[in-house]
Design a protein around this ligand. Structure first.
Ligand code: RIB
Length: 360
């Protein structure tokens, strides 16, 4: 394969001119530029990105650290970031933390040595990443946090309006007539889970509804957590008639549990999730959810990063994207009469958990 020197010889220009043409870095007279491009095409020349990165102390790679690509929410975030990166000639390199802070630190420390142009992080938990981010910044590499924020974060960020989204969902349930509202939150060390709980509580406070502490259950942002915590909730007497789930994966687990208990959603229990994943359209009943655009989170984060790469030195940006409520078939007015307190019918076991089947 041809190298830069050979391209320069073919085009009868200096190596510097070839470099300027390839990097678009300085005005090169048009006829020379055309000669270089012609030589590049004839020789099918492809610059060695690693060598180029070493020369500039910076590659055209953007690092992205996320919790888990198998969680259906995150692919859209990645896709949004990658689309913006790609259309600006940057390539994305992806790392998963599994919400494990030590893995996150390993990625942060290692990625640095790949000389990325920028970094997008969905933090694994509420740990302080200031020291790590500072190291990137000193090397002229911007860092944008997305979806959740680490402790003491003062850099760029893009998040959804989690508080308002949860508030809207809860108000909707209240409007339908529910008074026994429960929530299953994500891990409360995560800023977004905490904000969603605050929105839920604000809506309850506003209408002066008492919140039974047992009606607030915390779990991981996944189906199993939702399933187990729903079993816990629906065993309580009086039983809650509506559940606001901290995300759609929790809500999917809740649907399973409701069904296993012989109850009906929404006749016995209304349910609203958060994220508005596509698969919520295909559940039975279809899932109502607070919609946040993962794709937008990704595109906005990558755009901020590109501005930084191009020299934007303005103060840190904190974008908060609006949410909306997507109502489908999982919500209805609360059941009338005392069905919710009828005696339990039979017991089963699944996943080591007691399952209580109640009459409806
Ligand atoms: O399912 C992933 C959840 O955690 C989403 O709600 C998202 O906001 C993330 O932080």
């Amino acid at each position: 394969m041809a190298n830069m020197k050979q391209i320069a010889q073919m085009a009868r220009v200096s190596i510097g001119t070839v470099s300027h043409v390839l990097n678009n870095s300085a005005g090169v007279r048009e006829h020379l530029r055309r000669r270089v491009l012609q030589a590049v095409q004839t020789a099918r020349y492809q610059p060695n990105q690693l060598a180029r990165g070493l020369r500039r102390d910076k590659t055209d790679m953007i690092g992205m650290i996320i919790p888990d690509i198998t969680n259906p929410f995150f692919p859209a975030v990645v896709r949004g970031a990658e689309d913006v990166a790609f259309s600006n000639s940057y390539r994305l390199i992806l790392c998963n933390t599994d919400n494990d802070h030590s893995k996150e630190l390993a990625h942060l420390n290692e990625l640095h040595t790949y000389l990325p142009a920028g970094l997008i992080v969905i933090p694994s938990n509420f740990s302080d990443l200031t020291v790590q981010a500072e190291r990137y910044r000193r090397a002229g590499t911007g860092v944008v946090c997305v979806d959740r924020l680490p402790k003491n974060w003062s850099g760029d960020s893009v998040t959804a309006d989690n508080e308002q989204g949860a508030y809207d969902a809860t108000r909707c349930l209240v409007k339908l007539g529910h008074t026994r509202l429960a929530t299953i939150t994500g891990p409360l060390h995560l800023t977004n889970a905490k904000e969603r709980l605050s929105g839920f509580k604000r809506a309850m406070r506003e209408v002066k509804l008492l919140l039974n502490p047992e009606y607030v259950q915390e779990t991981t942002f996944d189906k199993r957590g939702g399933y187990l915590k729903t079993l816990t909730l629906l065993r309580l007497l009086p039983r809650p008639t509506a559940i606001f789930a901290g995300n759609d994966m929790i809500a999917l687990g809740a649907l399973l549990a409701i069904r296993e208990l012989g109850l009906n959603c929404p006749k016995d229990v209304s349910l609203i999730g958060f994220d508005d994943l596509d698969l919520g359209e295909t559940t039975d009943p279809s899932l109502s959810s607070v919609s946040q655009s993962g794709y937008q989170l990704g595109t906005r984060a990558a755009s901020i990063l590109l501005d930084r790469i191009q020299g934007d030195k303005s103060p840190a940006k904190h974008l908060v994207l609006e949410t909306s409520l997507d109502l489908r078939n999982s919500v209805a007015p609360p059941p009338s009469g005392n069905r919710v307190t009828k005696p339990l019918k039979r017991r089963n076991r699944r996943d080591g958990q007691e399952i209580v089947h109640a009459t409806s």
